[in-house]
Design a protein around this ligand. Structure first.
Ligand code: ZN
Length: 241
């Protein structure tokens, strides 16, 4: 089993294309998408078209549901709300319908894995899992051995060991007998961990690895500028914050 996991693409076509190029070199059995195809970036339709063609599993992010009218964008920060409004104006009806059809979570058969964009505790409330305590609490809210998430744009693997301790891994985690895992694949289109390279994860039976890929940030930024998207959103791509 070799699964490539992508999340938080946020309408960044150059990042998505660069990540898929890398992914295809290793010929994974499947590609799973963990939500937020849209929001922030200039190519929502192009990104949705690619994701629906390439991914075998798709679930919803808060931006997807926000744009589709299923989550309240009034609670978004001003930059996210402005980008969501721009996306609503620029999305095709077909792609809007696709976003509306995405489920909040999934349990791929045979894999003993729970997939959710934000948190297993309350998927529809879009909580963030950002520290070991958040992870510890959330281990109680899924029965499977592993849970894979996105949402915070910080890649990590949290391991709950037999003594009840949570250990954090930033790049690679080898799965150990008796341990359970919450894995964040990071963000393809808007990394926020200080590394501007696109992030995705490769999951096998025995391990998960976070991979980083550089992409043509300048082209994305140029298109964002032409679309009239905010300067803050444009500049944060350089910093990966
Ligand atoms: Zn996101």
């Amino acid at each position: 089993m070799r699964i490539a996991i992508i999340s938080d693409v946020h309408a960044n076509l150059e990042a998505l294309q660069s990540v898929l190029e890398e992914i295809k070199k290793e010929m994974p059995d499947e590609i799973w998408f963990l939500g937020d195809a849209v929001g922030y970036g200039p190519n929502p339709n192009e990104c949705i078209d690619i994701i629906k063609k390439e991914a075998q599993i798709l679930i919803a992010g808060n931006h997807d549901w926000g744009v589709a009218g299923l989550a309240n964008i009034e609670h978004f920060n001003p930059y996210a709300r402005e980008a969501a409004e721009w996306t609503i104006d620029n999305l095709t009806d077909e792609n809007n319908a696709l976003l509306r059809s995405l489920p909040l979570f999934d349990r791929p058969k045979l894999n003993n894995i729970f997939l959710v964009h934000s948190s297993p505790k309350e998927p529809e409330k879009w909580h963030y899992i950002i520290n070991t305590w958040d992870a510890y609490i959330n281990f109680q809210f899924f029965a499977e051995r592993k849970c894979i998430i996105g949402h915070s744009h910080y890649p990590f693997a949290a391991e709950l060991d037999e003594s009840g301790r949570v250990n954090l891994y930033k790049e690679t985690a080898e799965f150990k007998t008796g341990c359970r895992y919450i894995i964040n694949a990071g963000s393809v289109g808007q990394p926020r961990d200080g590394n501007p390279k696109a992030s995705y994860a490769v999951l096998t039976k025995n391990s998960v690895e976070i991979r980083r890929v550089s992409y043509d940030i300048v082209s994305t930024q140029k298109k964002m500028k032409e679309a009239g998207l905010s300067r803050y959103l444009i500049e944060r791509l350089d910093r990966g914050r």
